[in-house]
Design a protein around this ligand. Structure first.
Ligand SMILES: [Fe+2]
Ligand SMILES: [Fe+2]
Length: 286
């Protein structure tokens, strides 16, 4: 891994300034070093860096992580796929953080390319982007501190299995692809669990899926499931609602009127429970 001095040299060659204080903050305290390099906390710390050092300092913070990842994986040739995935995540976040206010950590072009390279149709990719955006929007309206990268990327990848099949097994298929791509396990869990709003083991067995409990546990998992259904409602070919606010406001009635959307009684009950839980945390959409 590059030394503090090496990181400072890289910054100097890129910007004319060494950002020594920033690199010392990253590396000098052994008790804090791991969390300050955690890609999952890049949004939180990125905003701090931006407030303290501006856009250029933010870039140098992201570059520091990027250079560490490159040194760790590429020069050590340990695992090229992990390196690529980590770099994709960091590059995405760099782009979004540098973009300023608003949704700092949602989705990025390299992730979309990954969907395309995996064989998803353009129609499914468009749906996935909508779900990612809706999920991040809902997450931002909750008063809860959530992993926004997970919400955005989980939404984006949830239907990756549709590259291989469109049945009830597309969650399981997606999770298999996700593991091969070394996507984070939390994203893989979202992919695996989203079908039928998170099945019990009994339901999974009835459908011939690998026996295990697929029920959604975390709020990030539930938000992606909820966003997926809201996008299905809003983009229904019969134009069943006139706005996103109506889809949220009348969610239970809409599912009861259009049971095909819910894909069964048990999924409908779970969807309504998820709706109630999230609406209890969320400011109403106007
Ligand atoms: Fe799906
Ligand atoms: Fe979907």
């Amino acid at each position: 891994m590059p030394s503090i001095e090496k990181h400072a040299d890289i910054s100097r060659s890129r910007t004319g300034k060494d950002y020594l204080e920033l690199h010392e903050w990253m590396d000098a305290d052994p008790g804090k070093k791991t969390e300050r390099h955690d890609v999952k906390r890049i949004c939180e710390y990125g905003q701090l860096m931006k407030a303290k050092y501006g856009d250029e300092g933010l870039e140098e913070y992201v570059q520091h992580i990027y250079d560490d990842i490159t040194a760790r994986y590429l020069q050590g040739k340990a695992d090229i796929m992990t390196a690529i995935q980590s770099q994709v995540a960091v590059s995405d976040l760099r782009t979004q953080l540098a973009g300023g206010e608003g949704i700092a950590c949602s989705i990025g072009v390299p992730d979309v390319d990954l969907l395309r390279r995996s064989g998803m149709s353009e129609e499914d990719i468009a749906h996935s982007i909508q779900v990612a955006q809706k999920a991040v929007e809902i997450a931002e309206r909750t008063g809860v501190s959530l992993d926004m990268v997970l919400v955005g990327r989980g939404g984006l990848f949830h239907d990756l299995g549709k590259a291989q099949g469109r049945g009830n097994d597309h969650g399981v298929l997606g999770a298999e692809i996700g593991r091969k791509l070394r996507l984070p396990s939390e994203i893989v869990a979202i992919m695996e669990k989203h079908v039928k709003a998170g099945m019990t083991e009994e339901e999974a067995v009835e459908l011939g899926l690998p026996p295990k409990d697929y029920s959604a546990k975390t709020l990030e998992e539930k938000i992606v499931i909820y966003a997926d259904k809201l996008v299905d409602i809003v983009s229904h070919p019969d134009g069943i609602v006139s706005s996103e606010a109506e889809a949220e406001g009348k969610f239970p009635e809409i599912l009861e009127r259009h049971p095909k959307l819910a894909k069964g009684d048990r999924p409908m009950r779970r969807l309504i429970r998820i709706h109630e839980e999230i609406q209890g945390l969320t400011k109403a959409l106007t």
